[in-house]
Design a protein around this ligand. Structure first.
Ligand code: SF4
Ligand code: MSK
Length: 643
């Protein structure tokens, strides 16, 4: 038997991993082990299969080939691979944004769609930002105009992505000077595909530059559109209490797990699960109710707007099915393991795909359409309800693990949170940083990866940072890992935070680790950084701020796009495992050093989360010194990197 604690730090996950071993069921960790040793050329980033003269690979020891058949070198090969990852990640986030805009358009035009526009305040703010005439117009007319304007940003051929103008003036100027100001969202992604086609760009610096521009089109474009239009449709989140972990599944209720990323369907499923007829049918079948739980970023979306509990993060998806208590798992797009198809066959779980972009062989497909959203959501919930009758009580094993949390802090809410309802402002947060109560702000985000014990990187890094008075903002699976560890409770401030941070948190009852949302909501962190600069006293640009980013357990192409737009926005960022650039020394030097001269920030790679936390702390101290801020107010825990 493998020691399950080597695979996850979470007790519930360990219980299910052990169950899988007893039942001889292979999970992601087993498939990862079966894959060892992984291809060294791929890991170093120096294999290329862009054209049919290849595949080609560069000998990292300098003895074999140093060029592909076409004559390209290791740096350009690795850079092309990196920016193609950025292109895919930016495309995923941005296509999500496009879908949200389409739903907003449907909601505005079709009163029978089942959607209502809940975030009218935000609608007016965005309409003004887009320069739209709102005088005498109805909510639906304004929403229609906003949706059309947002949709036009994707295919735009000229001009600049609108929300990029939210960045500080100095940053906008720098982007323009460097030639990386994003134009249209789709345009930047398409240009990567052209630029990296065989026989086009062979200059690794020029290739990476386009990667930065496409990443910015994601962060300040596609992702930001997704976030803001979701707020318009479903309402801006405000802090809300809920629970997380596999223990949120209910023994005596129909359990429906919604998994993926886009709230367009899952918000409707929340509505459908309250339908009296479906509740009655569940009761007839012996269930005490219909219990919804979220998975991955769908979990974050529903958690922060509806308080729907989360069953877990990326590596929990198979474990949820292993409980034998999930009657339906409904998936849309992104981070859905194809391995779910075989696993659900071994239990009674009905796996349902819903997006025309994401099907699985042999898995039932119930396609979602915005114009019949509620009707389709009810049909989907009904499948879960009927399947409750097939549940084998003998095979149900739900770990008795849940954790309380508070979710739903937005860039806008920081105004009210710290400034109060009567004088909403970032001033108290800026002051807390200037006076040395809070050292700085770190965004710790991203995925999980079986390469690292699940949650170890996220939780240990967040604990070390808050101990040293760093306010931590979390999104995606990082947020869910910290939530399971209890870091999203206000009590965590007293238990684990340094004295200065704890004082601020206790005064207003907030956790030291703030849940900011899903992967597309990393855009909220960009806006928060712009607001910190705009409030004054912390420099003229984001790169002046004592802030940092981290992705301790990253795996997806979206994480690459996020990392690059965060760095291109001026935020020093530490990735847990190295990007695939180690076989390309000059490219490696560019991303971990020279980028600093270009955009005022760079990457570091560090697998040890405690060491990485101290790299962030040292970076913040350098920025504090450059800004001539007050020394930290209280004696600090010793800031020493572990061995
Ligand atoms: Fe090989 Fe060049 Fe073709 Fe890549 S583009 S597969 S390096 S010949
Ligand atoms: S779900 S992108 S594993 S954070 Fe957004 Fe989690 Fe990473 Fe998917």
């Amino acid at each position: 038997m493998i020691d399950a604690s080597e695979r996850s730090v979470d007790k519930a996950a360990q219980e299910m991993i052990n169950r899988a071993q007893e039942d001889d069921i292979g999970l992601a960790w087993d498939r990862y082990e079966a894959m060892q040793p992984q291809c060294g050329f791929g890991q170093l980033g120096i294999c290329c299969r862009i054209c049919h003269m290849g595949p080609c690979r560069i000998d990292p020891f300098g003895e074999g080939p140093q060029q592909g058949v076409c004559g390209v070198d290791a740096n350009a090969i690795a850079a092309r691979n990196v920016v193609r990852m950025i292109a895919a990640g930016a495309a995923a986030h941005s296509d999500h944004g496009r879908d949200v805009a389409t739903v907003l358009l449907e909601a505005a035009r079709n009163p029978d769609s089942g959607y209502e526009i809940r975030g009218t305040d935000k609608l007016m703010v965005i309409a003004e930002e887009y320069g739209l005439d709102t005088e005498g117009k109805s909510v639906n007319e304004i929403a229609e105009a906003v949706a059309l304007k947002a949709l036009s940003e994707f295919g735009q051929q000229e001009g600049e992505v609108q929300f990029a103008l939210r960045a500080p003036e100095a940053r906008i100027e720098l982007w323009r000077e460097q030639g990386i100001m994003p134009r249209g969202v789709d345009r930047e992604i398409v240009q990567i595909m052209h630029q990296t086609h065989m026989g086009v760009d062979a200059d690794y610096k020029n290739i990476l530059k386009q990667g930065l521009r496409a990443a910015l089109a994601d962060g300040w474009g596609g992702s930001m559109i997704a976030t803001d239009l979701q707020d318009i449709l479903f309402g801006s989140p405000e802090p809300i209490r809920s629970k997380t972990n596999l223990g949120v599944l209910e023994q005596d209720q129909v359990n429906i797990v919604v998994h993926g990323h886009e709230p367009a369907l899952s918000e409707m499923i929340v509505e459908a699960a309250r339908d009296p007829e479906l509740l009655k049918r569940a009761e007839e079948l012996g269930a005490a109710g219909i219990n919804l739980a979220g998975q991955c970023c769908t979990a974050n979306e529903l958690l922060m707007r509806e308080g729907v509990p989360s069953a877990g993060s990326f590596l929990h998806q198979e474990l949820a099915i292993m409980t034998g208590a999930v009657d339906a798992m409904v998936v849309d797009v992104q981070c859905i393991m194809p391995g779910l198809a075989d696993l659900s066959e071994r239990f009674h779980t009905k796996l349902l795909t819903t997006s025309p972009k994401a099907k699985m062989p042999g898995v039932e497909h119930m396609e979602f359409h915005e114009d019949r959203a509620l009707e389709i959501a009810k049909e989907i919930v009904s499948v879960g309800v009927e399947n409750f009758a097939n549940r084998d009580g003998q095979r149900v094993q739900i770990p008795d693990e849940t954790m309380d949390l508070i979710a739903g802090f937005t860039a806008e809410y920081v105004n009210t949170l710290l400034g109060g309802r009567f004088r909403p402002s970032y001033r108290p947060l800026n002051n807390a940083i200037i006076e040395g109560r809070i050292r700085g702000v770190a965004g710790v985000v991203g995925c999980e990866n079986p390469e690292i014990p699940q949650g170890y990187g996220h939780v240990e890094m967040a604990k070390e940072l808050i101990k040293n008075d760093v306010l931590v903002l979390v999104t995606g699976c990082s947020a869910l890992a910290d939530a399971r560890a209890g870091l999203l409770r206000p009590e965590a401030a007293l238990e684990l935070a340094g004295e200065g941070l704890s004082e601020v948190c206790v005064a207003i009852g907030m956790p030291p680790v703030l849940h900011v949302g899903s992967c597309v909501d990393n855009s909220r962190i960009l806006v928060a950084c712009a607001n910190l600069v705009a409030e004054g006293g912390l420099g003229e640009d984001i790169s002046d701020l004592p802030v940092a980013g981290a992705a301790p357990e990253w795996m997806s192409e979206k994480a690459m796009s996020i990392g690059y737009y965060v760095v291109a926005s001026g935020v020093y960022t530490v990735f847990g495992t190295p990007q695939n650039v180690l076989g390309a020394p000059e490219l490696h030097n560019l991303v971990t050093d020279e980028l600093e001269q270009m955009v005022g920030a760079r990457f570091d790679f560090e697998a040890d989360p405690i060491k990485a936390a101290h790299m962030i702390i040292e970076h913040m101290d350098r920025k504090r010194k450059a800004l001539r801020l007050e020394p930290m107010m209280y004696a600090q825990p010793v800031a020493v990197a572990s061995d």
